[in-house]
Design a protein around this ligand. Structure first.
Ligand SMILES: Nc1nc2c(ncn2[C@@H]2O[C@H](COP(=O)(O)OP(=O)(O)O)[C@@H](O)[C@H]2O)c(=O)[nH]1
Ligand SMILES: [Mg+2]
Ligand SMILES: [Zn+2]
Length: 379
């Protein structure tokens, strides 16, 4: 963690109607200005008077690299809030009392936007200055604990920030459970710094005893596993408790019952489920940006269009083993430092599988992920 040090930087003010196409240039200049600790000179670059007048020295804390770049704000006039959604230039911010305000963003903050498309994103904790009863100005965005992003045309696009937990939803039947997909999502969760919660829905369709070996494997590794039925309400109270107080991202194949489970937890959400025909969706405004939905029982869930293609799959094969908790102890004992634990003779991981210490299914899953096989995440 970089020490929070106050320092001066030079930043530039975007003119009111600056050409948008030039924003990359602005970005580079901002970074260049950031790199300069001395704000009294402009090495090598000659700038005109009018441009110079648009520069100003501001006091910031933290570093841009870890996202903790902070503008100084007058703490007496601001309140802490959480961004539920961003639509264009306006953000929907929930204050500490639960009230909603439409907030614009302080211009200086926008100027400091660098590589990210939005300086403010759903999930952000912000300091805002209240205006009237239902409006405000975002003065500062707090450092982000976690960021989920997606690459769009070569640019990282932030989907959600400050998520705590990843709900990995599978169904016991219709569609049948795909344990390898659960393994894959577990890696996504670890990579993104989210606590995984495995939810197996539709247990009303099977004999729950048949799921015990699978549940046992994950429980032994220390993962939380819930057996649920949105149809009968089984396990829903427990799920509601696990969702309270945190912000959860929901992942899982289409049709496993993600929307049904969330509706069971909080009927006020009234999310669309497959049971409601495509008819009702016609003509309805479909959101394209992420939003954070407050649950009446406490906590939040992220509703993200991109979550259907939730992948975060930038794991390189060599990294996969490190994310398999159960493999880890054997990896350390492996005689080959560069062992891939796939084809090597006398590998400790493979020996552990043949001796019954490691679950064969988990090992197969490891081999698949190591080989970079797609386990049907797009389904
Ligand atoms: N039998 C049974 N069906 C369920 C259960 N949960 C959801 N479904 C059904 O599964 C289908 C898909 O549910 P939906 O919530 O839309 O899944 P999503 O695509 O993951 O959001 C719908 O027809 C639901 O009625 C459950 O616990 N048991
Ligand atoms: Mg759904
Ligand atoms: Zn090995």
């Amino acid at each position: 963690m970089a020490a929070k040090k106050k320092r001066k930087i030079r930043t530039e003010f975007r003119k009111n109607r600056t050409d948008r196409a030039r924003s990359d240039q602005w970005t580079r200049r901002f970074q260049a200005a950031d790199a300069e600790t001395d704000d009294s000179t402009d090495k090598g670059e000659r700038i005109g008077k009018s441009e110079q007048s648009r520069r100003r020295t501001v006091l910031v804390e933290g570093s841009e690299a870890d996202g903790s770049l902070q503008l100084g704000v007058d703490l007496a006039s601001v309140e802490l809030g959480r961004v539920l959604a961003v639509q264009g230039l306006l953000s929907t911010v929930q204050d500490a009392s639960g009230a909603i305000r439409k907030c614009a963003t302080r211009r200086l903050l926008k100027t400091m936007s660098t590589n990210e498309r939005h300086v403010v994103a759903a999930g952000d904790f912000v300091m805002f200055r209240p205006v009237g009863t239902d409006e405000g100005i975002i003065e500062r965005v707090e450092a982000r604990r976690t960021v989920l992003s997606r690459a769009t045309r070569g640019r990282q696009h932030i989907l959600v920030t400050n998520a705590d937990q990843l709900l990995i939803v599978a169904s016991a039947a219709e569609p049948y459970i795909k344990p390898n997909l659960i393994d894959r999502f577990l890696i996504s969760a670890h990579k993104a710094g989210l606590r995984p919660l495995i939810c197996i829905n539709k247990i009303d369709l099977v004999d729950p005893a048949s799921l015990m070996p699978l549940v046992g494997t994950y429980s032994q590794m220390g993962y939380r596993v819930l057996l649920l039925s949105a149809a009968t309400g089984f396990g829903v109270d427990r799920l509601r408790r696990e969702l309270a107080d945190v912000a959860s991202v929901v992942a899982g194949q289409s049709g496993v019952g993600k929307s049904s489970l969330l509706n069971a937890v909080d009927p006020q959400l009234s999310l669309r489920t497959a049971a409601i025909s495509a008819e009702t969706q016609k003509g309805k405004h479909t959101t394209t940006t992420a939003s954070l939905l407050p649950l009446s029982s406490g906590g939040y869930v992220f509703d993200t269009p991109g979550i259907r293609q939730f992948q975060l799959w930038d794991v390189i094969p060599g990294e996969v083993a490190a994310y398999f908790r159960d493999l880890r102890p054997y990896i350390n004992r492996c005689r080959y430092p560069n062992c891939t634990h796939t084809h090597e003779v006398d590998c400790s991981v493979k020996n552990a599988v043949s001796d019954g210490w490691l679950d064969l299914r988990r090992y197969d899953s490891y081999c698949q992920l190591f080989a970079g096989e797609d386990s049907g995440v797009h389904a």
